[in-house]
Each structure stands twice: as structure tokens, then as C-alpha cells.
Design a protein around this ligand. Structure first.
Ligand code: ADP
Length: 445
């Protein structure tokens, strides 16, 4: 299998290195805990202080790494080189610990595997090989140095009945098995990481293609909706002339039929309008944004809805703080977003009800609430209301007309503005939609 140089470090270099540093604090605690455990519980005879020194040493160099990460841009500039140094230093310190704990007889010799696997996940294959080679040289060097007496073997009394470190056959077999295990594990971990990385890349490319296809589909719907808008509008106008009696008297039965046709053509007109809005937002990659004053948009929306408000004798109010910052967004889209929410509140509130739009802000966001005391949303419907064409049973039962697209448009608009929306509702008590939009003048990279 061909292992490429994976650019894994560049993806989440700082996250991975942060994780690495956190893991090393655990190692500090582990060294101290194992030393205490061996000495007190297992009653093994060995000097504890060298282990304490090594634990302090690990803590010190980990603090150094932490400061380098936080105070410098080393990770960005030198991502995998920095990780390589960390793994290398860890391997050297682990070798010191191995020597303190009985050299090749130390059962924790398998801990070299952790470094190998971490290196294989973090680093390009050549650098993984260097780390595994370093670990192999350290293990073999330590075993040979103790075997030949170059380095005094530190025996852990009370642990092994026989001393193996001086038996060359044991040393050869043990060193060979450890080194081969390290290389095979590194190869396996690196190839799995490679595959995952390749799959991730394929998925993100597939995502880009899907998004483009979705945009093409939306552009198609947009064209169809655009072509339907004019005849639908024309049919409604003609029927209105008839129902208003401007074309002369017609029989009562015929009038009833024409009125029904008019209602349906109005619904058709609204459906085409909503489809056009939704597909237009979906088809756009980006929409131009500027500073938008919320109070102005609310004023326009209230004016447009005035006939319905009067007809239903509703109280329509806005409560905005005097110094509310401007929104960073697309004026037309924000108008449509608020228009849909307030129109819904008016539509789903019964005669003599109340609709209120209020806003507040944090450092970087504006929170807007559209509150009504209308029919509310049944609990089981709440999770579906942002789905296209979804309408809750209670409003269908009340025969309140709608296309089921208004909230999908709202959601799409908020997505293009990095905004969020949520709803609180109780059936027959009322509904509050809350949404956030970014404040103008912040960094909107
Ligand atoms: P519609 O054209 O049906 O209003 P929307 O997408 O705007 O479509 O809303 C989807 C559904 O969410 C509505 O059919 C209704 O069931 C529910 N809904 C939305 N706003 C309100 C509200 N203010 N009060 C009660 N129900 C609401």
C-alpha cells in the first residue's frame, strides 16, 4: 500500500497538540501513582525519588510546550515539526523510566506503543518512521547497554524471580518482538488514518457536488415559479373583477363557484410566491449584506399587515430599546424573515389577540422575539414546523390557509446570516419565536 504524506497536522493541528499536552498531564499523575502503587501496595523495593524527578521533568517540559502553544504561533508555522519534537522527547523520557523500572524486564515497555500510535495519527509517514526508529534504538540501546554492563541494571526487588536482562537470548527475542510490534502498529494506525482522511476528503467533495446540484435544482424551481407567478396573478385579478361585480351581475351559483376559484387562485399565487422566495435563497451562494435598522423593517412589516390587524382587531406592538445596534444582513431578506413571522403571528391569533415584537442585544448578536397569544403549536408538531410544506393539524382543522413554506424561508434566511431560531409554544395559549442575527460592525469573516 502506498502511504502518502497526509496533511493531517494542518487540519486540526492546534486541537491535536492541545490534546497531546493534556494527555501528558495524565502521564505525570500516572508515573507518581505507579511509583506509589508499586512501593506501598505491591511492596516492591526500588528508589521512588528518581520517578518523582522524572514526573517533575515531564510537568516542566509540558508547561514549556503549553506556553509555546499559547504564546507563539509555532503550531501554525511548524505544526508537525512541533508534534515530532514532543513525541521524540516523550520517547526519550519513557526510556529513562524504563531504565529506572528494570530495563527490558519492565512490563511497561509496551507503553512505547502509545507514542507510535499517536505519531501515526498525527504525523506524515516519514516522520512516523523516524519516531519508531528512535523508539527502537532507545529500547535496543537500553537492553544492550544493560546486558553488556555499560549501564548498571536497576533491579526491582521482589518483582521477578529470575533476572532476564543479562540473558542475551531473552534480550534479542524481547527487543525483536517489541520493535516489530511498534513498526506493525505504526503501519496499521497510519494506514487506517490515511483511509479515514481519504474518505473524509471524498465526503467533503461529494458534499460540495451535492450542494451545487441542490442549487441547480433550486434555480430550476425558481425559473418555473417565476414563469407561473404572472399567469397566477392575472387569474386572481380577473376573478376579483368578477366577484367585485365590476364585470356585471352573475347568477348566485356561478358567483359561489367564482369565489371558490378566486380563493384557490390566491392560494396558488401565495404558493408560487413562497416557492420563488425559497428557491431564490437556496440558489444563492452568498447574499450581499449591509447595515440594517431593525426598527425600520418592523415599521414596514407592520404597515403591510395593517389591514389584517384591523380586520381582526389585534393589538400589534413593538418594544425595542432606544440604542439597539444595527443588524449586519440583507435588508430584503430580513424584511421577508420578519414579515413571515409577524404574518404568521397575526394569522394564527384569533380576534382581539395581541402580537408583540421585541428585541435586545448582546455584544455580537441581536435577539428578536415575535410573540402572540394565538392558537399555539401542538407539542408533537413543534419539531416539524421548519420542514417544507409542513402544517400542524390544529391550523388545518381551523381551515386557516397557508403553504407550509414560510418558516422554511425563515430558516434558510437565518442560515445565510449565521442566525439561530427556536420556538416556545403552548396550544391555545400562544407562541413565541426567538431568533438571533449578527450585529453590524463586528468581524464577519
Ligand atoms: P404556513 O403557510 O402554514 O403558515 P409556515 O411554514 O409559516 O407555513 O408555518 C408552518 C406551520 O407552523 C404552520 O402551518 C403552523 O402550523 C405553525 N405555525 C407557525 N407560526 C405559528 C404561530 N405563530 N402560531 C401557531 N402556529 C404557527
Amino acid at each position: 500500500m502506498k502511504l502518502l504524506n497526509p496533511p493531517l497536522m494542518s487540519i486540526e493541528a492546534s486541537t491535536r497538540i492541545d490534546w497531546f499536552i493534556r494527555l501528558r498531564w495524565l502521564a505525570v499523575v500516572g508515573v507518581l501513582a505507579f511509583a506509589a502503587f508499586g512501593r506501598i501496595l505491591l511492596q516492591l523495593q526500588f528508589a521512588v525519588m528518581p520517578f518523582v524527578f522524572v514526573a517533575v521533568l515531564i510537568a516542566l517540559y509540558n508547561t514549556g510546550f503549553l506556553l509555546l502553544v499559547r504564546r507563539t504561533r509555532l503550531v501554525d508555522k511548524w505544526g508537525d515539526g512541533f508534534a515530532s519534537i514532543q513525541v521524540g522527547v516523550d520517547i526519550l523520557v519513557l526510556t529513562v523510566l524504563m531504565h529506572l523500572g528494570g530495563g527490558i524486564e519492565n512490563p511497561f515497555v509496551s507503553y512505547y506503543l502509545f507514542h507510535t500510535i499517536i505519531a501515526a495519527i498525527l504525523l506524515p509517514w516519514q516522520k512516523v518512521c523516524i519516531q519508531v526508529l528512535l523508539a527502537s534504538v532507545c529500547i535496543a540501546g537500553l537492553a544492550i547497554a544493560e546486558l553488556t554492563g555499560v549501564l548498571a541494571h536497576r533491579n526491582i526487588e521482589g518483582f521477578l524471580p529470575v533476572e532476564f536482562y543479562s540473558d542475551w537470548k531473552f534480550v534479542v527475542v524481547a527487543v525483536f518482538s517489541i520493535i516489530t510490534t511498534l513498526f506493525v502498529s505504526a503501519f496499521l494506525a497510519a494506514s487506517i488514518t490515511q483511509r479515514l482522511h481519504k474518505r473524509e476528503k471524498q465526503l467533503s467533495q461529494a458534499n460540495i457536488i451535492l450542494a451545487e446540484q441542490d442549487r441547480m435544482k433550486s434555480r430550476y424551481v425558481m425559473r418555473v415559479a417565476h414563469d407561473l407567478a404572472e399567469p397566477a396573478g392575472m387569474i386572481t385579478s380577473c376573478l376579483r373583477l368578477v366577484t367585485q361585480g365590476l364585470t356585471g351581475p352573475i347568477p348566485e351559483k356561478a358567483m359561489d363557484m367564482v369565489q371558490r376559484a378566486q380563493r384557490k387562485s390566491e392560494y396558488l399565487g401565495q404558493l408560487v410566491k413562497d416557492l420563488l422566495s425559497l428557491s431564490r435563497i437556496k440558489a444563492a451562494r452568498e447574499i450581499p449584506k449591509t447595515e440594517v435598522k431593525l426598527s425600520e423593517v418592523i415599521g414596514q412589516v407592520f404597515e403591510e399587515l395593517q389591514p389584517h390587524v384591523l380586520e381582526k382587531k389585534l393589538v400589534l406592538e413593538q418594544k425595542l430599546p432606544a440604542a439597539l445596534p444595527a443588524i449586519y444582513g440583507n435588508a430584503e431578506a430580513i424584511h421577508e424573515l420578519l414579515g413571515n413571522l409577524v404574518a404568521n403571528a397575526v394569522k394564527y391569533t384569533l380576534v382581539d389577540g395581541r402580537v408583540e415584537v421585541s428585541a435586545s442585544n448582546t455584544d455580537d448578536k441581536i435577539l428578536v422575539k415575535v410573540q402572540d397569544n394565538g392558537v399555539g403549536i401542538p407539542v408533537e408538531a413543534v419539531e416539524h414546523i421548519f420542514e417544507e410544506f409542513y402544517r400542524a393539524d390544529n391550523v388545518k382543522a381551523e381551515a386557516i390557509e397557508g403553504t407550509g413554506l414560510g418558516l422554511s424561508i425563515v430558516k434558510q434566511i437565518l442560515d445565510t446570516h449565521s442566525g439561530e431560531i427556536w420556538v416556545e409554544s403552548e396550544q391555545d395559549k400562544g407562541t413565541t419565536f426567538s431568533f438571533t442575527l449578527p450585529i453590524a460592525g463586528q468581524s464577519h469573516a
